[in-house]
Design a protein around this ligand. Sequence first.
Ligand code: HSE
Length: 314
Amino acid sequence: MSGGGLTRATAFAPASVGNVAIGFDILGFAVEALGDRVTVARSGTPGVEIRAVRGVAGELPRAAANNTAGQALLALQETARPEFGFTVEIDKGIPLGSGLGGSAASAVAAVVAANALLAAPLGRPELLTCALAGEAVASGARHADNIAPSLYGGLALTVGIDQPRVKRIPVPDDIRAVIVHPHMFLATSDARAILKRSVELSDFVWQTANLAGFISGCYTQDLDMIRASFEDVVIEPQRQALIPGFQQVRRAAMDSGALGCSISGAGPSMFAWAESRTAAAVLAAMQSAFAAHRLGTDAWLVGLGSDGAHLVEP
Ligand code: HSE
């Protein structure tokens, strides 16, 4: 993420799985296998001009304030006050409405590329705050569960919003993540709108225990604890009806030896964690279960130690 006065730079930011079942809006992991690239160049015209959007996302808003990358760059301009404007080209590698953190990746790649143009580059915490402003354009809320892993890599926990603190959580070496994207669109804002505003006390206790168990299991390499706590009792029950075949896909993953399986972010993609010896079988089983519901899929099997966003040019 080095920088310093370039006139043009391109950054890659990875996709991500938000929530990771038990950490709604606060926990996520990076998926380096796909991502967005954003090129930012200095412009004599103040503000942010989006010149091109290419790739798998179809039509995205071109007005900077309505575009996740554009809004993130406006926030960066507010913070860093450069003497020049930005022109922006976005290459989307993450399908829109897939639940794989596409809006976050565009915002993150944009601020990482723009940072390289600044004479005095911002630090990662400031970039995170700018990217959060961009993410909010797409989902209607500020949450860092996709932004933080896309920027920092790996499994990332974020505490706080106005002054967010990010902690990378160590994941046992042998764990792999399986991600399966069914070919359908689900708007994050719609998947958030259906959520109840309150939580039963007993569910609060259960979910809190699961989050604590999961994080402690990661730190202590305790796969049994990770498996036992890998269950979302608050959000998943409300959202699963939005995903055709959800129960069957989850069951297929668990029967194939997964440590856990849930919705990726707001969906419709689903993910599982598994030990390396079972991960390929988990992936195949999840794809078959979606196929039984007449849904084609793309799938990835990845590690959990990736580095997060970085410059690719220069
Ligand atoms: N935490 C978010 C949600 C991720 O589940 O709504 C999607 O942006």
